[in-house]
Design a protein around this ligand. Structure first.
Ligand code: DGJ
Length: 743
């Protein structure tokens, strides 16, 4: 609910006062409050647990400070460092992180945007700017929202700034974004434009971030704030495996069940920064947005620029609620694929089974065996095009290698379809190999600094997706393949980050735009693909999970979580990912043991149970499996089919996390109507003389009786949640599942 009102504040030190225009955003459990002061600064007042229906203008502290701009202009500089701001501008005395820095026609970088007007609207506007139609963002979908637009003006440059606050009341979510419009008649250069700023009056917070590397994506890190800046960021052109555009500020002691948690997640897939800064007076500022490292954007007259959306959620009941808020928002209001709520096909991907060494017969042998087992789709991974026998060549030459795929692609797909299976295909659209027809014909199509040596990674370069002609050409090749056979799934991979960032088409003064133009170009192509082929299920991927972010989720309901398919490593990766992304979006496959990533041996059943916490599939050679494992597959598939509606649409709870010194890792899916739940427990590190542990399910109906199918007895939800399920496992890496159904 959005409520705006004007009120009069009386200073305590004299009889004067000022009129402020207040903005109050209420969700189920939170209140966000800010106001435009008499001097038209947009001051932040409060964000936290829901306030009563009082006038909250006292939270601006205008009445107690000795200085306000209205009452004491001679101390404006002091004031700027003391107050909270909604969107701080660079250069006017607030030495904390600013959201905006603009270089004007005189080369000056100071800006000062003041409140002009506001408007409340139902739903929320689309993010779209000249030349780029689609910028991913949440939309009014399953959950409704309303939006407050606040317009500000910098009188010196005549630029207009629009701040958008969309309130998803039921989900305790507020999304924020900013749009800069140049109506001035002169070009300006944006040096920094962040998406959000939240100021807190205190600093007793811990910051949670998701960090890692290839094969170890999104591992949870948590550390107390201290004076100075702490941040999570990426400057490699993608959201990256090393960090994720997510951060939470939590109170010390906050755990899964209790305590305050503020979650921030940027709907963006390129360079980003999320910074928490503890400044003087022990106040905390959190800012988030496109990284300003090597960034500049020339905003021509009559052009606009949208800073990507930042999703913010507040939970007064721990990290579990914070995560479920994100999950519900993303499933209901971000992922626009028609498959978001649909049961996805159980797939088998040939990558870890064959790598590049396959042909039609090999793929068909995998498909025949898979069909018998109940697997629903074959995905042909890297190696089907050009002369691609290893990762040295052919990216960009998206023509079927008919020496490898004898009979052609259509023959293969038809044969797979005849087995009752769907067919999916792999692309890496953003890339070009050094050894490729495309690069030989168009060397200038790679992102580059002309005259400098181009840095290779995996023997490949990044195509200049800031260019429409390059995107069009790649799209032409892709669609020719997609139209040539009954292809129902695409895996969109991206296997290197950007270097020598420059574009042959842009003038010198616009070269710093390339990082962001590249990301917008990727979005443009994904938009075209998903619009022109709405029935194709798109799965994103980037060397595993290096681009697992809300920007990608907008286009694809599932993302390959990591190249590390070891079940034990996946526990960490999937739990970290679940902090803000729904399990239904996590591609998770059963692969061989010992794991190709870490050499660890794990039971087949455990690999299955861990993969069932996401979008389930297989990634091994079914023609070479042991009889025992092979025999287990149909049952595993039947089990996933029984529970996949819970993974797709249920509430997710992290019950126990072995990184936090528990020997168990346990999680639970609960149906929205609480009629059933699935609890899975994996013992990671068994200990001698360590009695069975009681795992306490969450989210059940306390009054209802639940049959625990595996135990054969029924207990009340109250007993199960308070006393727990007794779990006794023998050995390392073994797992158990418990299905709880209301009787
Ligand atoms: C990286 C992906 O994460 C893998 O699943 C696989 O598709 C390879 N690329 C293919 O090159």
């Amino acid at each position: 609910m959005i409520h705006t009102y004007d009120t009069q504040i009386h200073y305590s030190r004299d009889m004067n006062g000022e009129t402020v225009t207040c903005f109050r955003l209420d969700t189920k459990v939170s209140t966000y409050f800010f106001a435009a002061s008499d001097a038209k600064f947009l001051l932040h007042g409060y964000y936290g647990s829901r306030a009563g229906q009082d006038d909250l203008s006292f939270l601006l502290h205008l009445d107690v400070y000795p200085h306000t701009v209205k009452s004491n202009l001679r101390e404006k500089g002091v004031i700027m460092g003391a107050y909270g701001f909604e969107y701080p501008c660079h250069g006017i005395g607030d030495y904390r992180e600013a959201c905006l820095m603009i270089e004007d026609k005189a080369g000056m970088t100071t800006c000062d945007f003041r409140y002009v007007s506001h408007e409340v609207m139902k739903g929320k506007p689309k993010l779209s700017q000249k030349d780029f139609d689609v910028i991913p963002a949440t939309f009014e979908g399953e959950n409704s929202c309303e939006t407050l637009k606040v317009t500000l003006q910098d009188s010196h440059t005549d630029l207009t700034l629009e701040l958008y606050y969309s309130v998803f009341e039921e989900l305790d979510v507020i999304t924020r974004s900013a749009r800069l419009v140049n109506g001035s008649g002169n070009p300006v250069t944006i040096r920094r434009i962040f998406s959000t700023c939240v100021d807190y009056d205190e600093s007793d917070f811990e910051m949670i971030t998701l960090n890692g590397s290839w094969g170890r994506e999104r591992v949870i890190e948590r550390y107390p704030l201290r004076h100075g800046k702490q941040l999570v960021d990426s400057i490699c052109g993608e959201s990256s495996a090393q960090s994720n555009p997510f951060a939470a500020l939590v109170r010390p002691g906050t755990d899964e069940e209790q305590g305050e948690a503020y979650g921030f997640n940027l709907v963006y897939s390129g360079n980003f920064t999320i910074e928490a800064q503890v400044a003087q007076q022990h106040k905390t500022r959190l800012v988030a947005g496109i990284h300003d490292y090597d960034f500049a954007w020339v905003l021509e007259p009559d052009y606009d620029f949208w800073a990507p959306e930042c999703v913010i959620t507040y939970s007064a009941s721990g990290l579990g609620t914070m995560s479920r808020n994100f999950h519900d928002l993303y499933r209901g209001n971000l992922i626009r694929s028609k498959y978001v709520r649909e049961e996805r096909p159980i797939l088998i991907n040939n990558w870890e089974a064959t790598f590049f060494d396959f042909d039609t017969e090999k793929l068909l042998s995998i498909a025949r065996e898979s069909a018998k087992l109940g697997i629903e789709m074959l995905v042909m991974d890297d190696g089907w095009f050009g002369r691609r026998e290893n990762d040295d060549s052919s990216l960009g030459d998206w023509k079927v290698n008919e020496e490898k795929l004898l009979g052609g692609l259509k023959y293969l797909v038809d044969e797979v379809n005849k087995l009752g299976m769907k067919f999916g295909i792999w692309f890496e659209p953003e890339m070009v190999s050094l050894d490729s027809e495309l690069f030989r014909a168009h060397p200038d199509w790679a992102i580059q600094v002309p005259g400098r040596e181009l840095t290779l990674r995996r023997n490949q370069f990044v195509l200049d997706f800031s260019r429409k002609d390059v995107r069009d050409y790649v799209y032409g090749m892709m669609t020719a393949v997609l139209r040539s056979a009954n292809i129902e799934y695409v895996k969109w991979d991206m296997n290197r980050s950007l270097t020598e960032v420059g574009s042959a088409l842009l003038p010198a003064r616009q070269q710093r735009e390339v990082w962001h133009r590249y990301v917008l170009g990727v979005y443009d192509l994904m938009n075209r693909l998903t619009t022109d082929f709405p029935d194709i299920l798109l799965e994103n991927c980037s060397s595993g999970g290096a681009r697992f972010d809300p920007g990608m989720l907008y286009f694809s309901p599932q993302i390959w979580t990591s190249d590390n398919t070891d079940a034990v490593e996946r526990l960490k990766i999937q739990m970290g990912t679940s902090l803000c992304y729904p399990p239904s979006a996590m591609g998770a496959h059963v692969s061989v043991s010992p794991s190709q990533a870490v050499g660890r041996a794990t039971p087949f059943a455990t690999r299955g149970d861990v993969a069932m916490a996401g979008t389930f599939g297989y990634e091994l050679d079914v023609t070479e499996m042991s009889e025992e494992d092979l025999a287990a597959v149909p049952k595993q598939i039947e089990t996933y089919k029984k529970y996949r509606h819970l993974v797709l649409n249920g509430d997710y709870y992290r019950l126990s996390y072995h990184m936090c010194d528990a020997k168990w890792n346990a999680w639970e899916f609960v149906a929205k109507d609480r009629s059933e739940a699935l609890v899975t427990v994996v013992q990671v590190m068994s200990r001698a003389n360590s009695p069975a542990v009681m795992i306490k399910p969450r989210g059940l109906d306390p009054e209802a009786m639940y049959l625990v199918e595996e135990v054969g007895s029924a207990f009340s939800g109250e007993t199960l949640m308070n006393c727990g399920l007794r779990v006794d496992l023998w050995g390392d890496f073994v797992s158990k599942r418990y299905h709880l159904v209301i009787v």
